[in-house]
Ligand binder design. Structure first.
Ligand code: FE2
Ligand code: FE2
Length: 487
C-alpha cells in the first residue's frame, strides 16, 4: 500500500464535506479505501435494524459493481453475531485484519467460501474496519478484500494502512451522520410547514385545497421542466425553495378575519338584518292598513313592492356577476324609506348594505377586499420573523410578491416586470389558475380548465401575467387532476 500524501487526504476530506448525497459519499469511501490499499474487492455495509445490510459491493477482477445508487443488493443482511467477521468488527468497534481467510479459525468464513465457489473467486486477505460516528456509534462496516502488491500478487493488508482506513471511514461516518441530521431537520421543517399550510387551508371550507393544489401543480410542472430539459428548469435546491414558497405564500391568511375569508354572499352577516327589516316593513304596512292610515290599494301595492324587493335582494345577494338591470333595481330599493316605530324615516337599505349589494363581482366590499389583500403584507411580516437558511433565502420575497402583476397593477408593492423573477410569475399563475378552477369557492362555480387558460391569456394580453409561462404550464399538463395525495 502506498501511504497517501497530505494533498490526497485533503482532497478526500474536501470531497466528503462537499457531497450531500449519502449514496455518493459511501461510494467515495469505498473507492478511496480500495484505491489506497490497492485491493481487488470491497463491500460497504450499513447498519439497519441491528443487521448489516449490503450497500455497495465491488470486485474489480470480476467486474462486479453493485448497489450504491439506491439499488438494493439481494443478499441476506448479516446479523450481529460474533462468529461473523463484519459483525464482530461492528460489535467490538475493532479493526480485523485477516491474512488468509481459508486458514483462519477465529471466524466463520463459510459465507465467503460459498460465494467463492459460486463465482470462482478466491478470497485471501481481508481488512474489516468499523465506521463510527462522532458519538462513537456504529453506522456501518467497510470490508476490503485481497490487497495486492506492485506486481499484482495478493498479499495481506499491511498494518500501517489500518489506521488510515479507519480515519477515512470515521471521517465519512461523521459526515454521513451530519447529513442525516440535516436531512431529518429539513424533513421536520418541511412537514411543519405543510401542516401549517393545511391549517391555513382548513380555516375556510371555501379554500380547503388551495395550497395543496398549488404544490401539486408546482411539483408536476417543475418535473416537466426537468424532464424536457427546459432552459427554465430549476436546480434541486431551487425546486425545494420554490415549493417551500408555495406552501408559505398565503400564511398571512392566518391573520385575516374568518368572516371575510368565509364570506359566501354579498351581504354576508348583514343578510339577517336586511330580511328582518323587510319583515318589519311588511308588518308596519299591515298595521297602517288596519289603522286605516293607508288605502287597500296602497297596502297591496306596498306588499308587492316589499315582496319584489325581497326577491331581488335574495337574487343579488348570491348572483355571480351583477347586471346593469339588477344594479338599477337595487338603486331603486335603496331610495325607498319607511317610518319606524319612533316615527323616523329610515331607508330600506343602509349605506353598508347598499355598498355590499352593489359589488359587481365576488362578495367582498372595497374595505373587505383591502383587508383580504392585506394577507400578502401579513405573509411578508410573518416570514420576515423566520430565519431562512441559504437554500431558502428567496422564500419571503417570492411569497410576498405573489399578487404582483408585470405591469405594476398588482399589490401590495406594485412591482413591475423587471423586479419580478420568473419563479414569482409562475407562483402568480398557479395561484390564479387554482382560484379560477377551484370547486369550493363560495361565490362562483368552478371554471373549466380551457376557460381558465383563456382568462390567464387575457390577463397576459393586458400585461399582468407572463404569457410564455402560461403556455408552458398549459403544455406541461401539470394542471391535470391526478391523485389528490400525489405530492
Ligand atoms: Fe394570496
Ligand atoms: Fe394563494
Amino acid at each position: 500500500m502506498k501511504m497517501p500524501d497530505a494533498e490526497k487526504l485533503l482532497n478526500i476530506g474536501i470531497a466528503l464535506s462537499a457531497d450531500s448525497d449519502s449514496d455518493h459519499l459511501l461510494r467515495i469511501i469505498l473507492d478511496t479505501a480500495m484505491e489506497l490499499t490497492e485491493c481487488d474487492g470491497g463491500t460497504l455495509y450499513t447498519l439497519k435494524n441491528k443487521t448489516l445490510e449490503f450497500h455497495i459491493m465491488v470486485t474489480l477482477s470480476q467486474n462486479i459493481d453493485r448497489g450504491g445508487n439506491g439499488e438494493i443488493i439481494d443478499l441476506p443482511s448479516v446479523p450481529l453475531l460474533k462468529e461473523n467477521v463484519c459483525a464482530k468488527s461492528a460489535i467490538e468497534k475493532s479493526i480485523i485484519n485477516v491474512s488468509d481467510v481459508y486458514n483462519d479459525p477465529r471466524f466463520d468464513f463459510s459465507g465467503p467460501r460459498k460465494y467463492d465457489k459460486m463465482t470462482g473467486y478466491r478470497t485471501v486477505s481481508m481488512l474489516v474496519v468499523p465506521m463510527t460516528d462522532d458519538k462513537d456509534e456504529i453506522i456501518g462496516v467497510l470490508q476490503l478484500i485481497n490487497a495486492k502488491d506492485e506486481n499484482g500478487n495478493i498479499v495481506s493488508f499491511p498494518k500501517e494502512c489500518e489506521q488510515v482506513i479507519r480515519s477515512l471511514a470515521s471521517q465519512a461516518a461523521i459526515r454521513l451522520t451530519n447529513l442525516n441530521y440535516s436531512h431529518e431537520t429539513m424533513k421536520l421543517l418541511e412537514s411543519f410547514i405543510q401542516v401549517t399550510s393545511m391549517a391555513i387551508d382548513a380555516r375556510t371550507p371555501y379554500n380547503s385545497n388551495h395550497t395543496h393544489n398549488m404544490a401539486r401543480y408546482g411539483k408536476k410542472f417543475l418535473k416537466w421542466l426537468r424532464d424536457t430539459k427546459h432552459l427554465l428548469r430549476m436546480t434541486e435546491e431551487g425546486e425545494k425553495e420554490f415549493i417551500m414558497t408555495i406552501w408559505l405564500h398565503d400564511i398571512g391568511k392566518l391573520l385575516i378575519p374568518i368572516d371575510i375569508m368565509n364570506k359566501a354572499t354579498r351581504l354576508g352577516h348583514m343578510e339577517h338584518n336586511v330580511f328582518q327589516r323587510l319583515r318589519i316593513i311588511k308588518i308596519l304596512n299591515q298595521l297602517n292598513f288596519a289603522k286605516k292610515e293607508i288605502t287597500r290599494e296602497k297596502f297591496e301595492k306596498n306588499i308587492l313592492l316589499i315582496e319584489s324587493a325581497h326577491g331581488i335582494i335574495k337574487k343579488v345577494n348570491s348572483v355571480e356577476f351583477l347586471t346593469e338591470e339588477l344594479l338599477k333595481k337595487i338603486g331603486e330599493i335603496r331610495k325607498r324609506t319607511f317610518k319606524d316605530e319612533n316615527g323616523r324615516t329610515v331607508s330600506w337599505l343602509t349605506e353598508d348594505e347598499y355598498e355590499a349589494l352593489t359589488i359587481r363581482k365576488g362578495t367582498l366590499t372595497k374595505n373587505e377586499r383591502r383587508i383580504m389583500e392585506e394577507h400578502v403584507v401579513m405573509t411578508a411580516r410573518i416570514l420576515s420573523q423566520m430565519t431562512f437558511g441559504r437554500g431558502y433565502k428567496n422564500v419571503p420575497g417570492w411569497a410576498s410578491a405573489h399578487h404582483e402583476y408585470l405591469d405594476g397593477t398588482g399589490y401590495p408593492m406594485h412591482i413591475k416586470a423587471e423586479g419580478i423573477p420568473y419563479q414569482v410569475r409562475l407562483l402568480t399563475i398557479l395561484d390564479i389558475f387554482d382560484a379560477l378552477t377551484a370547486r369550493d369557492r363560495p361565490y362562483k362555480k368552478p371554471m373549466s380548465v380551457e376557460r381558465a387558460f383563456e382568462v390567464l391569456m387575457n390577463m397576459a394580453d393586458e400585461g399582468c401575467l407572463d404569457k410564455e409561462l402560461i403556455i408552458l404550464f398549459k403544455e406541461s399538463e401539470a394542471w391535470k387532476v391526478g391523485n389528490k395525495n400525489e405530492i
